[in-house]
Ligand binder design. Structure first.
Ligand SMILES: [Zn+2]
Length: 556
């Protein structure tokens, strides 16, 4: 009796104190950390390389309920989501998604760029101080050392005292290395050529874990060495152009760019395992590998939130080769939808429905093939820098007495030789302006800006704002060139990207799962908003270069 009374009194006082509610159950309000943060067991970040926003709407009727439609219908759809910088390419794209910043801050100003300090071109993810793991080639010599700031994945690792795991996977090395951040447990990417294996760098580990070695030893990749036919009947693909047209690339040995693409027959003459990149099978292999990672690393099984960063690279290779309007691009997205459905089903089973959070976006958009646009009477075309080279060099000789004043041209930026300019006794800003004005004379060039303008102004909208966000004071060039919309420097077949134009900046942004509100918005959101949105959801510190803002409507 005595004991019962004291238990009753204890519960009575704890109820008064608010620890238990009137039914004696523990209250979720008050001092619970769940009020401050959402703790999914796993965050899955998905980047679809070269995915335009309108692919969601164009291919909608071909999607099943469990892939893109599940994210859109049950999650949050940011319909007016943009890159806020140029160059719009893969290295800067993945970095900006994960750092919540633009190249001005994070320093990844291109896939490749001219490094002023060492006077040589560098690749965004290469690092000779590390060795390859899983290949005898140099393809594993990578690290994120050129990325100047932390990622959302780094912050989650720091917050959990390194107990939450980060695993990053992509067909492209930079699509895995940069999202993984500086502290990833592992980043894996696909090495084609004669090998067809998933590899990594000694930056992460000395040897591949057993589950990766097993995956490589299995027939997983081999089974995709088969003809590529459309997943659904090709005559139902009404949302793309004719299969046989002149706007698409041709593999060596093909006479027409039509289905089926006979991979076994094309194999030897087209880079062997590299051929898989230019098919939707690259995305399916990535899905298989991501599922193997969930199982092999036991992701989402303990109390500490893990992070799986997946990038689907084949959408980019297929877009570059066949173009935005091709049947091949349509089939690649129909198949990606099936792969996503497979991934989400695995997550439901392994991690639990409602126990994980997903975001899906892209690293850049893409332009309609200009030769196709021209045939539809839309202003578009191509610029050949070789054609303007002689005129430009003649101008440089006449004006400065030397062509050595130009050190490098990359990512639509001219890098000047500052020593030559000093010897000529010309102000750098003056030289930049003289050259910029000359470039504006050339066909296809729409606008020019100088490094000096990027330094002196604070642009808040339009193209100058986009260029300034992409302009890194230490790394970027002296003159910035913008081509007219629809004009590209590229082959006459296929699509590309890299510009500040809206077709390169407008990409999907979908959130889904634990802590995510269902809905959509037409308000402009920007790529650097993704990382702080996820940080706010998780209740962790923002990446240390963050310039974006949490998208409040997304969060419950
Ligand atoms: Zn690309």
């Amino acid at each position: 009796m005595q004991n019962k009374n004291s238990l009753f009194l204890t519960i009575y006082f704890l109820t008064v104190l608010g620890v238990f509610n009137s039914f004696g159950q523990r209250s979720s309000k008050g001092n619970s950390t769940e009020d401050l943060k959402t703790s999914p067991k796993l965050v899955v970040g998905i980047v679809v390389d070269q995915m335009r926003y309108d692919y969601i709407t164009r291919f909608w009727n071909h999607f099943d309920d469990g892939g893109f439609k599940r994210l859109v219908n049950e999650g949050f759809n940011c319909k007016n989501n943009h890159f806020n910088y140029a160059p719009t390419s893969t290295g800067p794209g993945h970095t900006s998604v994960y750092t919540g910043a633009a190249p001005a801050t994070h320093g990844i100003i291109g896939n490749n760029w001219y490094d002023k300090v060492i006077d040589a071109e560098v690749y965004c993810a290469s690092d000779d101080s590390y060795a390859s793991v899983g290949t005898a080639s140099d393809a594993g010599k990578m690290s994120p050392h050129r990325m100047n700031v932390t990622t959302i994945t780094d912050q989650l690792r720091l917050h959990t005292q390194m107990r939450g795991k980060t695993i990053a996977v992509a067909f492209k090395d930079r699509g895995a290395v940069l999202p993984g951040g500086h502290t990833a447990n592992a980043a894996y990417w696909f090495h084609g050529d004669n090998e067809g294996d998933w590899i990594t760098s000694t930056y992460y580990m000395k040897e591949l874990p057993k589950w990766v070695a097993n995956f490589n030893a299995s027939d997983n990749v081999e089974k995709y060495k088969k003809p590529w036919s459309t997943l659904k009947k090709i005559n139902t693909y009404l949302e793309s152009g004719l299969d046989n047209n002149t706007y698409e690339g041709l593999h060596s040995g093909e006479v027409a760019s039509t289905f089926p693409h006979d991979l076994p027959k094309l194999w030897e003459a087209n880079g062997k395992y590299n051929l898989l990149k230019v098919t939707p099978y690259g995305n399916s292999i990535t899905t298989d590998f991501a599922i193997a990672a969930i199982e092999g690393e036991r992701l989402g099984e303990d109390l500490f939130t893990d992070f799986l960063a997946i990038s689907f690279s084949s959408t980019d290779y297929v877009g570059h080769f066949y173009g935005v309007n091709s049947k091949e691009v349509q089939d690649t997205y129909v198949r990606l939808d099936a792969d996503l459905q497979r991934l989400f089903k695995t997550l439901d089973k392994k991690v639990g429905t409602g126990e994980y959070t997903v975001f899906l976006t892209a690293d850049h958009g893409a332009v309609h093939v200009p030769s196709y646009l021209k045939d539809q009477k839309i202003p578009a075309g191509y610029i050949e820098f070789d054609d303007i080279k002689s005129k430009f060099e003649a101008f440089l000789k006449y004006r400065f007495g030397t062509i050595d004043i130009i050190k490098n041209f990359s990512n639509y930026q001219y890098f000047l030789d500052h020593k030559v300019i000093k010897n000529l006794d010309i102000e750098l800003a003056h030289a930049q302006e003289i050259i910029a004005k000359e470039l504006l004379n050339y066909e296809g060039v729409d606008r020019v800006y100088t490094g000096q303008q990027m330094w002196q102004n604070n642009y808040t909208e339009g193209l100058p704002y986009i260029l300034q966000n992409g302009y890194n004071q230490k790394r970027s060039g002296d003159i910035l060139m913008v081509l007219k919309p629809g004009i590209i420097n590229y082959s006459k077949t296929g699509s590309t990207h890299g510009s500040p134009q809206i077709y390169d900046t407008h990409v999907p942004l979908l959130f889904y799962g634990k802590g995510i509100h269902s809905g959509s918005t037409y308000q402009r959101t920007e790529i650097p908003d993704i990382a702080p949105t996820m940080a706010a959801l998780l209740g962790i510190a923002f990446p240390n270069g963050t310039t974006g803002k949490p998208i409040v409507e997304v969060l419950e």
